[in-house]
Design a protein around this ligand. Structure first.
Ligand code: PLP
Length: 393
């Protein structure tokens, strides 16, 4: 039987383990420091309020912004929903009912857009090139007098493409349109300085950088404010109701601080593992790497490739039998038989998109893991192909 200790977990784009220091920092806020941060008139509540303020300060420092610009949410999806729907509804009152995004966004963005379309908003879905890049010129051409928001992801969760966020933000600034970026995969993986970037709102999620699940944040630049998404109490300066998930927020802040403090070393280590696997699979027959080949424009932990005639789900199952946890490049894992919208958007035919695999490294992985993944692929890919009627060596 496989135990967690002999599993090679290389699906860190899906989620990451909570690090021990993060777990230790969170622990007191369950049974000991259980006060409500809004209960400021007695010590248990005041201590919780102090912990919340300290966490907000850490996050602001890590993101290069002010504490008043950090709003905690229940996840990255909530941050995306808030930025998009809160902005759309705000500007609708002024007759601005047009939004711009890309066709490779996470479903938290795409499904928010579809919900707005059902309410009568108009959405432009920009195409991407064969490596997944959005063109800033396309953004500019799509902006209209009634455009309320541009939202383009910082980095893609499937193929690792890092978008030209500075250029896109500059276009939005030039036209006076708010710019949101879903940075859920980028925060803790690439350097981000909110004040230095022409970005108005930025979403992040703790469980992607060794923090806990179920807690995220939205950076909202001073002077920018979407309508509230959750109504209720006065938490988050009256902008996001709900008693704070204090343990989660402390975990997020601790994890983000650690990720940012060790960013250079972490990126270099992850990129070595990524490049080792990318180099190896490119020597295998009939393989196509998906996403940019230029490592500086790709998330440091992301490998995505299509293996002709080796169906993704079969690859996953056989890798799992060898103790390797990865992700398929199709959406089948999430219960749909459709291939990934991201892989189709970069121009892959259905049958190739179905034969794709994503490997995403994390801080707990080592070069030995990268080598073991390559050994497993050398066994598994030919075995799956052998059973495929489509395989021609
Ligand atoms: N955006 C991107 C790019 C993601 O990869 C994810 C999660 O996989 C999300 C948003 C949603 O984040 P959460 O799981 O915290 O809701």
């Amino acid at each position: 039987m496989k135990t967690l200790s002999n599993i090679i977990y290389v699906d860190n784009a899906a989620t990451t383990p909570v690090s021990k220091p993060v777990f230790d920092a969170m622990a007191p806020y369950f049974c000991e420091q259980y006060g409500n941060p809004s209960s400021i008139f007695y010590s248990v509540g005041a201590a919780a309020g102090d912990a919340l303020a300290a966490a907000r300060e850490k996050v602001a420092r890590a993101l290069g912004c002010d504490t008043g610009e950090v709003f905690f949410t229940s996840c990255g999806s909530e941050a995306d929903n808030w930025a998009i729907k809160g902005t759309a509804h705000k500007f609708a009152k002024q007759g601005k009912k047009h939004l711009i995004t890309s066709c490779i966004e996470h479903h938290a963005v795409l499904h928010s857009m579809q919900a707005l379309e059902r309410e009568g908003f108009e959405v432009t879905y920009l195409p991407v090139d064969a490596e997944g890049f959005v063109s800033p010129a396309d953004v500019e051409a799509a902006i209209r007098p009634d455009t309320a928001l541009v939202t383009i992801m910082f980095a893609n969760n499937e193929i690792g493409t890092i978008e030209p966020i500075e250029e896109i933000g500059a276009v939005c600034r030039k036209h006076g349109v708010w710019f949101h970026t879903d940075a859920v995969q980028a925060v803790g993986a690439v350097p981000i300085d909110c004040h230095a970037l022409p970005v108005d709102m930025l979403s992040l999620s703790a469980h992607k950088f060794n923090g806990p699940k179920g807690v995220g944040a939205l950076y909202i630049r001073r002077g920018v404010m979407p309508l509230n998404f959750l109504d209720g109490g006065a938490q988050e300066r009256g902008r996001r109701a709900g008693t704070e998930n204090l343990a989660g927020i402390v975990g997020l802040a601790t994890a983000l601080e650690a990720a940012v403090n060790s960013l250079d070393e972490k990126r270099a280590r992850l990129a070595r593992m990524r490049d080792y696997v990318l180099e190896h699979i490119q020597k295998m027959p009939q393989v196509k790497v998906n996403g940019p080949l230029d490592g500086s424009k790709r998330l440091p932990n992301n490998v995505n490739a299509s293996f002709t005639a080796a169906e993704g789900e079969s690859l996953l199952l056989m890798l799992d039998m060898r103790g390797v946890c990865a992700s398929s490049g199709s959406a089948c894992a999430s219960g749909s038989l459709d291939p990934s919208h991201v892989l189709l958007s970069i121009g892959l035919p259905h049958e190739i998109a179905h034969c794709s695999l994503r490997i995403s490294f994390g801080v707990q992985n080592t070069m030995d893991d990268a080598k073991a993944v390559c050994d497993a692929l050398d066994e598994v890919v030919p075995a799956v192909r052998q059973r495929s009627p489509l395989w021609r060596a």
